[in-house]
Design a protein around this ligand. Structure first.
Ligand SMILES: [Zn+2]
Ligand SMILES: [Zn+2]
Length: 387
């Protein structure tokens, strides 16, 4: 059984995970991590390509001659958080920490790499994609722009994230949207400043901005299909210096999330129209800078059902859940899923009360789950590239 075989070298995988944990590197700075990954993959007999989008690494292994291929992705970056776990292998770099478990993701994929290289019970090519910069700045997109799928053709792609708070060793799936898109909109409102005691001689951008904030609340509640959902959050509103001065300008920063490409487009149009209309009607002028961030993470039907069946065979049907709703957080594997069919799924890492969640300074990846994660990857490859 794959899981038992991988258990026999669990110590090696835990040591790798803790080594990466102690040496966290932020987005596009994953030089040490990438070198470690390249060395380990090379040692297992993979063809290793480094320097993709800077620090990205792909390990490729071919067995047989079917011409089929599959890509599995792990992210490598840490977060700008000061670790508060007090663990012996805690971050040695103040202000940087593996608080999202990407250290565990790397170790799990390397565990599968060893198994696949030692057994080669598949017919085709597997590409293990070690990606920089998942948090915020889109390392997946950078790898695609650097020719990822031209250089390493993949018929389908898969990725997995650890989920604290969910039963240990269980899996979470969802066909269609798994996570939200995340876009931002910056608005500058230009009014006319003046003395706070003579507002009639000014165009007050604070009042204009306030009415924009309130009007924005009607978009999700009154313009978007309630069953489709969405989020419009004004996370920053800044203006002025003191109580007796009406400033010239006000600035808003808006975070926007959706669970379908159509709603994403609709939110873009509605927000721009509403801001422009509201600001103009009050005699001010607006500048709008709308930035598309991560797309909706959309799992394809066939690949999700396939990955789900692999997880069920490994963990048992009772330990595989279907999420009723997508998560409102986002993930840049969405860029890969826009290019290739595939599935992003979750691995539960324990539901003991009080276990810190992702991005918490007390969080630590649960090493008890490494073997399960490696085993699902190895099983998935053997079944996708069945010989
Ligand atoms: Zn994260
Ligand atoms: Zn993460």
């Amino acid at each position: 059984m794959i899981e038992e075989t991988i258990s026999s070298y669990a110590d090696q995988l835990v040591a790798i995970r803790r080594d990466i944990h102690a040496h966290p590197e932020l987005a596009f700075e994953e030089h040490r991590t990438a070198a470690l990954v390249a060395e380990v993959l090379g040692g297992f007999g993979f063809r290793v390509t480094t320097g993709i989008a800077g620090t990205g690494v792909v390990g490729s292994l071919t067995s047989g001659n079917s011409g089929k291929s599959v890509g599995l992705r792990a992210d490598m970056d840490a977060l700008p958080i000061h670790e508060a776990t007090g663990l012996p292998y805690a971050s040695r770099t103040p202000g940087k920490m593996h608080a999202c478990g990407h250290d565990g993701h790397v170790a799990m994929l390397l565990g599968a790499a060893r198994y696949l290289a030692e057994h080669r019970k598949f017919d085709g090519t597997v590409h293990l994609i070690f990606q920089p910069a998942e948090e915020d700045i889109g390392g997946a997109k950078a790898m695609i722009d650097d020719g990822l799928f031209d250089r390493f053709p993949c018929d389908a792609v898969f990725a997995m994230h650890n989920f604290p708070g969910k039963p240990k060793g269980g899996f979470l799936f969802r066909t269609g949207a798994f996570m939200a898109s995340a876009d931002t909109c910056k608005v500058t409102i230009r009014g006319k400043g003046g003395h706070g005691a003579m507002p009639h001689l000014t165009v007050d951008p604070v009042v204009v901005g306030s009415s924009v904030v309130m009007a924005l609340q009607t978009i999700v509640s009154r313009r978007i299909d309630p069953l489709a959902g969405g989020v419009v959050t004004v996370g920053r509103f800044s203006a002025g210096t003191t109580s007796n001065i009406i400033p010239d300008t006000a600035h808003l920063e808006i975070g926007i999330r959706s669970f379908s490409t159509d709603v994403r487009q609709q939110l873009h149009e509605l927000i721009c129209k509403l801001v422009d209309g509201q600001v103009t009607s009050l005699g001010a002028v607006s500048e709008i800078c709308y930035d598309y961030g991560y797309p909706v993470t959309v799992n394809s039907v066939e690949e999700t059902s396939f990955a789900r069946s692999v997880a069920e065979a490994l963990a048992g049907t009772d330990h595989v859940q279907d999420l009723p709703y997508p998560f409102p957080v986002s993930e840049d594997f969405s860029f890969m899923l826009d290019e290739r069919p595939g599935c992003y799924f979750g691995l539960g890492t324990g539901d003991k009360p009080g276990r810190p969640w992702l991005h918490d300074p007390r969080y630590d990846f649960n090493d008890d789950c490494i073997v399960r994660g490696s085993a699902v990857w190895a099983n998935l490859v053997q079944r996708y590239l069945v010989n």
